[in-house]
Structures are given as C-alpha cells and as structure tokens.
Design a protein around this ligand. Sequence first.
Ligand code: BES
Ligand code: MN
Ligand code: ZN
Length: 498
Amino acid sequence: MSDAVKVGFVPFSTAPRGILVAFCDDGLKFGPATSNVLGAATDLVKRAAAASQFKGKSGAALDILAPEGLKASRLIVIGTGKASALKINDFLKFGGVAAGKLAAGNGGMTIMAERPDGAMTGEQLVAIGSGLRLRAYKFDRYKTKKKDGEEGALRADVSLAVADVAAAKKAFAPASHVVDGVIIARDLVNEPPNVLYPEEFAKRASQLRKLGVAVEVLDVKAMHKLGMGALLGVGQGSARPSRTVIMRWNGGRKGAAPVAFVGKGVCFDTGGISIKPAGSMEDMKGDMGGAACVVGLMHALAARKAKVNAVGAIGLVENMPDGNAQRPGDIVTSMSGQTIEIINTDAEGRLVLADVLWYVAKKVKPKFMVDLATLTGAIMVALGTEHAGMFSNNDELAERLSKAGAESGEKVWRMPLGPEYDKLIDSQFADMKNTGGRHGGSITAAQFLQRFVDNTPWAHLDIAGTAMGAPKTDINQSWGSGYGVRLLDRLVADHYEG
Ligand code: BES
Ligand code: MN
Ligand code: ZN
C-alpha cells in the first residue's frame, strides 16, 4: 500500500513535536486548549496573519517557520471560516490541507484537533485523520529514484491531540479501514495494464479472503457454461483470459438478501477492432475503475465488520484488436438469452456489465444492485469531473445515493432513463445493438444496461469523469481517485446495517 502517513492520537497536554497545526476561525480565534499551547505565540500569529493577508478563510493556511516561543519546527494555522457553519466534509479537507504541508525533515506533525468554538466530535476528528491519509497517498511503486522533499518520499507520523484518546482511537478504526479501501482502489486504477490484467486482478481481489470474504473466480470455461457470450465476446481478442469474480461478505442476518455492487473491469480498453486514436489511450488502463471501487468497498465493509450481507461482482476483460477479436457486425448471445448486434467494439463496457448484472440479479437475488463503470466519454461532456452520472429504476435508492454523495463529497447527479430512448438501440438483426449514436450517449448506454437487471432495484453510476484523471483536490493527489468507495460505504452505513 502506498501509504505515507501514520495517524495516532495523543492528549492535548502532550508536548507537540515537529510541525504544529492549529485551527482558527475567521476572527483568528483559537479554541481554549490550542490557545494554551500557543501561549505568547498567539501574538506572532496575529502579526504573520496581517503580513500575509490571512483571514482564517476555510482551508486557507498560514505557514510560520521556526515560530518564536514554540518548540515546533513550523506552526501552520488552518482557517475554518465561520466555525458554526462547519460541515463534516470540511474536516476531511482540513486533514488534507495539513497533510499537504508535510515535508521531509520536519519531524512529524501534531495537530491540535480542536475547533475554534470548542471540542470536535468523534466524527470530526476521524474525518481529519481520514483526510490526512487520503491526501498523503502517492503511487510511486515504479519510481526507482525518489527525490528528497517529495511527498512520496515521506514516511511521517502525525498525532492528533485530543481530549479523549481512547474514544478517538476507537472511532478512527472503522474509518481507517474505509481509507484502506480507497487506497486499494487507487492502487488498482494506477497500476499499469501489463501488470494488472484480468487474472492478476482476480488474484488481488482474492486477497479479500484474509478478511473472511468468500471469493469465487469464474474462468472462461465456467463463463461459457453460464452462457456469458456478451462478456466473453469482448475478451476474445486478448491473449489474457477473462475472469468474473464474485465476493461475498456475510456480516448481516443469516439468510437476509444481500446488497450488491457490480463493477466494470476492463483492464485495458484499446477499443478493439473499432480502435481508439493513440492520444491518451494510456488512460484506458483505468477502465477498470468500477471494479477497483467494488474491491475497495468490499475491503472496507469486511475490515470494519459491517453488519450487512454484501456481494461484489466484477467482470474482468481486456479489449484488444486481434485475429480473434470480435468484429462490428457480430451478434452475441448474452446470459439473459437476449442477442446483441455489435456495432462498435469500443462500446464494450455495457457488454461486460450485461452478463454480470444478469448473473447477480438471477443468482444472488439482491435487495438492490449498484453498478459502477467508466462507461462513456459522453458523461464527461455532460457532467465534467464533479459528479458521477446516476441512472436508476428506483427513486428510493436514487435518493439515498444522492444523499450519501452529498455527505461523502463523492457526488452523483441523476440522469434520465425512459422507453423513448429504446428505439435508439433497436437493431435490424438482433434484439438490440450495442451503441445508440452520439446523442444522449450516456443515456442509451444506461438504457442498454437496464435490459439486464430485470426487476431488481438498480442504480448505474457512470464514473468515467470521476474515477481517474479528475483534477487534484485537498484529499486526492492521485490519478486514480478511488471514487465510489466512501460513497457506497456511506450508503451501506446509513441504511443497510444492523
Ligand atoms: N472506456 C470507454 C469510456 C471512457 C472514455 C472512459 C474516456 C473514460 C475516459 C468506453 O468503453 C468507450 O469507449 N465508450 C465509447 C462508447 C461509444 C463507442 C458508443 C465512448 O464513450 O466514446
Ligand atoms: Mn470502449
Ligand atoms: Zn471502456
């Protein structure tokens, strides 16, 4: 795991070491324990703030080197803005801002985890700790020369100074498992495609067995037997055989219907015979971002022993041009029995999902299923990189996802489905075709998927804009963002546990 920061907790009274971080509001006011530690340096802060126009705006940081009167190597004051208006995501951001200030040779960091207007709740402390770890992540596995002073070269210890150490530790444990899940997802997305092909991906997913997750791997022969002709057609041009992986975590009531998560795992998408242009094709190593999220989520749920029955299912293929590859004009038969005319071999994600969704609907019979897929470029045109596109046949599930999105900061925006769109994927030779033309490209893709969910409550998240290559933020500096792990962990925690 490319995890640079260790987070621990100490009492307020412990002498701070390394970098000292303190929070102030937009009136440059500190909490009581923080004021105590700063002592005479409070005046220094006032002068430095005036000199650098620091006004305590939320997330702004004032950096004072070798502060007089303090043992700290640096004093970093982070603004909270108006303290009464703070939301949980702000604390995640503060952790991220603090981690962004870590530098080699500063001897670690102590954060006075106190609001300007008093104590932090357990949830707020935990969010700071999570933000620290999320921000400090760096994928540097393949850099043989690490530069000094690079964030990645750091192995820093960060202490959060709190009133109640035992309570803080207890609250942080489950949240830290969720961060581990995000990091697993990021690692998978960032891995190069020569390393992470379907079999290797299945192997990594199988490591969840250590946490008590039952992992079943379907090979090509097993998938043939099930009739997964849509998924297998995508993989047939690759020298790397396809896999489907089903992960089961049974932390809930015995026999209770599970919640299910399905991921698109195209380990590399060249487009196939309908080959993509060369520009940025390397990004298509991230076309398994949905599957990566599902593995990260299953890790989070199992590691924090979530009281839920959950199934994760991922379709793993490589989409390559080859003498054996699928052609435009081919007609494949999906596991559902429905036939599909291939118009464009680059619309492969929906073919993979068609069989995995059907498998889960029929074999798992879940309470609901949510699929995640880097499915269409069109969703980036529509929503950019701030929201994932959400399509659903169930208003309750859609509303819960929207709420979990707002709470976690991994936002979704609901898009329409409707029978009017069906004619765009009518085929003159088969039950349907795999593309619907340029207009409404994300919608026709979702409309296609809906044909493979039967009556199961379902939501589809098109994460092409959010899973990879999104702009860097206070809590993510990585190309692969791990999008969806915190969103879906939140969904489960809020509604489906216990
Ligand atoms: N994996 C791509 C979608 C994608 C593009 C994700 C860019 C992330 C960044 C998907 O398989 C694809 O190629 N979709 C086509 C569909 C079209 C052929 C109907 C697209 O969006 O152009
Ligand atoms: Mn494609
Ligand atoms: Zn793709």
